[in-house]
Design a protein around this ligand. Structure first.
Ligand code: GLN
Length: 487
C-alpha cells in the first residue's frame, strides 16, 4: 500500500534512511514533486521553499554520513501550520493581516524539530487565526479534502491534515484550541493528537485563545505521533504555562502497555446530531475493545451541554485580547488611508481581518465588557471548572474515554453558511480543551461514500504514555490508516 516514499511513516522512513536505502534528499525531492503534482488541487500550502528544504535535506544527509544522526526525525520532511514560527519564513495565520509577515525567530517546537534533524517543509493553510472548522475562513482560499476535492478537509489545521493525507509531507504540526488538530485528522483519515495543556510549549505559536491552545502532531500512525510528541514535548521557560513534567518515552510505551483497559463511553456524546455512519463505525470500535477484554463502562459528563457556550465565551474573550496587537503600528497590515491614529487602527483592522475573526473579536469584547463580564466570562470560567470536574470524576472509574471525533464526516465546501452550524462541528472535541486533557483521533473506517471517519480517545492529564497505547492497540488491529486517497 505504501509504495511511494511520501506515503511511508516516520518509523519506516527512519529505517530506510538508516539502512542507506534512501537519502533525505531523495525523500525530500519525492515530497516536493508530489506537492507540485497535487497541490494545485488540494491547496494545502500557503507557501513553500523548495531550495531551502533541499538544503536542509542535504545537511541531514551530510550529518548521517558522519554518524551524527539526531534521532528518528533525521531527514524527514515535516510541514508546519502557518501559525508556528520558523525564523525567516512567512508566518501568515492565513490572514490578510499578516500576508507579508516574515517570522524573526523560531517557535520552541520549531527549534526542537530542527534539533531532531527534521526537514521543515512548507507553510500549511488554516482558517484565519485558527478560527473555524473547515479551512474555508482562510484569506487565501480553502484547502480541499484529498478524499473528495469538493469537500472540506476540516479545520482549522486543514492544510496540515490534507497535506499529510495527500502525501505532501510525512508528518505535520497543527494547533488545537477546540478541535483543530483532531477534527481535520478525522475528516482526512489521519492521526491527530492534542497533548495535555502545558505539555508542549506555545512559544512562537500565534495566539488564538491562550488557555486552550496546544500544538500537536498529525501523523499516519500512532507510533509516529508518539515519535513527534517525544520531540516537541517538555518544559520551556519561554512559555509560562509550560509544565515541569518529565517526558517519558512515548514510543516505548506502545510496546509496554497492552491493556486491557477500562474505557468510558460518555452517553452525552452519542445523541442528536451524530451521523449514523459515524455512530456505527464508533460502535464497531467499542466492540473491538470489548473483544480485547477491555471493560466498557457507560459514564456521564453532565455539563457537556454547556461546553459549546463556555468555549465560545472563553475562546472569543481571549481572542479579542490576543488580537488587539494587530493595530497596523508595529507589524502586520497597515491601511494606506488613515488621517489620524484612531483611523489607522480602525481601517487597518477592518481591512486586515476577515468576517469570522471580526465576529469573534466583537463577541469576545462584549463578554469582557463591564456590566457583562460577570454574567458571561466569569460564569463561563466557573462552568469550565465543572466541566473539568466531570472528566476527573469519570477517570476514577475508567482509564480513557471513547467518543466520535466529529459528529459528521467531511461536508461540502460552502455547505455550512450559518456560524452556529459550523461551531457544532466541535461539539465532541472542545471538552478536552476546556479540561486541558490529551486527546487523539485515529481513523476508524469510511462512510459508504468513501469518506474517512475518526475515533477520539480522551486521556487523563499528562498521561499521554497511557493514552497512546490504547489508540495504538486499535490501529494495529485495523488497516484504515494504510489507505490513501487517489489523486
Ligand atoms: N473550530 C473551533 C473554532 O473555530 C476550534 C478551532 C481551533 O481548535 N483552533 O474555534
Amino acid at each position: 500500500m505504501r509504495s511511494e516514499p511520501f506515503f511511508h511513516t516516520i518509523a519506516e522512513l527512519a529505517a530506510l534512511l538508516d539502512a542507506g536505502k534512501l537519502s533525505s534528499v531523495e525523500l525530500t525531492k519525492a515530497v516536493v514533486a508530489r506537492t507540485k503534482a497535487v497541490d494545485a488541487r488540494v491547496k494545502a500550502f500557503n507557501s513553500y521553499d523548495e531550495d531551502d528544504a533541499l538544503a536542509q535535506a542535504a545537511a541531514s544527509d551530510a550529518r548521517r554520513s558522519t554518524g551524527q544522526v539526531r534521532g528518528l526525525l533525521e531527514g524527514i520532511p515535516v510541514g508546519l501550520k502557518d501559525v508556528i514560527s520558523v525564523a525567516n519564513q512567512p508566518l501568515t495565520a492565513s490572514s490578510r493581516m499578516l500576508a507579508n509577515f516574515i517570522s524573526p525567530y523560531d517557535a520552541t517546537v520549531t527549534q526542537r524539530l530542527k534539533r531532531a534533524g527534521a526537514v521543515l517543509w512548507g507553510r500549511l493553510n488554516l482558517d484565519e487565526f485558527a478560527m473555524g472548522s473547515s479551512t474555508e475562513n482562510s484569506a487565501f482560499g480553502p484547502t480541499h479534502n484529498p478524499w473528495d476535492l469538493s469537500r472540506v478537509p476540516g479545520g482549522s489545521s486543514g492544510g496540515s491534515a490534507a497535506a499529510l493525507a495527500a502525501g505532501e509531507a510525512v508528518a505535520t504540526l497543527g494547533s488545537d484550541t477546540g478541535g483543530s488538530i483532531r477534527q481535520p485528522a478525522a475528516l482526512c483519515g489521519v492521526v491527530g493528537l492534542k497533548p495535555s495543556y502545558g505539555l508542549v510549549s506555545r512559544y512562537g505559536l500565534i495566539a488564538f485563545a491562550s488557555s486552550l491552545d496546544q500544538i500537536g502532531p498529525l501523523t499516519r500512525t500512532v507510533e509516529d505521533a508518539s515519535i513527534m510528541l517525544g520531540v516537541i514535548a517538555g518544559h520551556d521557560p519561554f512559555d509560562s504555562t509550560s509544565c515541569q513534567t518529565e517526558v517519558p518515552d512515548y514510543r516505548a510505551a506502545l510496546a509496554e502497555k497492552r491493556g486491557p483497559w477500562r474505557i468510558g463511553i460518555p452517553q452525552e456524546y452519542f445523541g442528536e446530531g451524530l451521523d449514523p455512519e459515524v455512530g456505527a463505525a464508533v460502535e464497531q470500535a467499542i466492540a473491538f475493545y470489548r473483544s480485547r477484554q477491555c471493560v466498557i463502562k457507560e459514564v456521564s459528563l453532565p455539563h457537556t451541554q454547556y461546553c459549546l457556550d463556555t468555549y465560545y465565551i472563553i475562546a472569543t474573550a481571549e481572542a479579542s485580547s490576543n488580537l488587539a496587537r494587530y493595530d497596523g503600528i508595529r507589524y502586520g497590515h497597515r491601511t494606506a488611508e488613515a488621517v489620524d491614529v484612531g483611523e489607522l487602527y480602525c481601517k487597518s483592522r477592518a481591512e486586515g481581518f476577515g468576517a469570522e475573526v471580526k465576529r469573534r473579536i466583537i463577541l469576545g469584547t462584549y463578554v469582557l465588557s463591564s456590566g457583562y463580564y460577570d454574567a458571561y466570562y466569569l460564569r463561563a470560567q466557573k462552568v469550565r471548572t465543572l466541566i473539568r470536574r466531570d472528566f476527573l470524576n469519570a477517570y476514577q472509574d475508567v482509564d480513557a474515554l471513547l467518543t466520535p471525533t466529529s459528529p459528521v464526516p467531511a461536508f461540502t465546501l460552502g455547505e455550512k453558511t450559518n456560524p452556529l452550524a459550523m461551531y457544532l462541528c466541535d461539539i465532541y472535541t472542545i471538552g478536552a480543551n476546556l479540561a486541558g486533557l490529551p486527546a487523539i483521533s485515529v481513523p476508524c473506517g469510511f462512510t459508504g461514500g468513501g469518506l474517512p471517519i475518526g475515533l477520539q480517545l480522551i486521556g487523563q492529564p499528562f498521561r499521554e504514555a497511557e493514552l497512546l497505547p490504547i489508540a495504538h492497540c486499535y490501529e494495529q488491529a485495523h488497516d484504515w490508516h494504510t489507505a490513501h486517497p487517489k489523486l
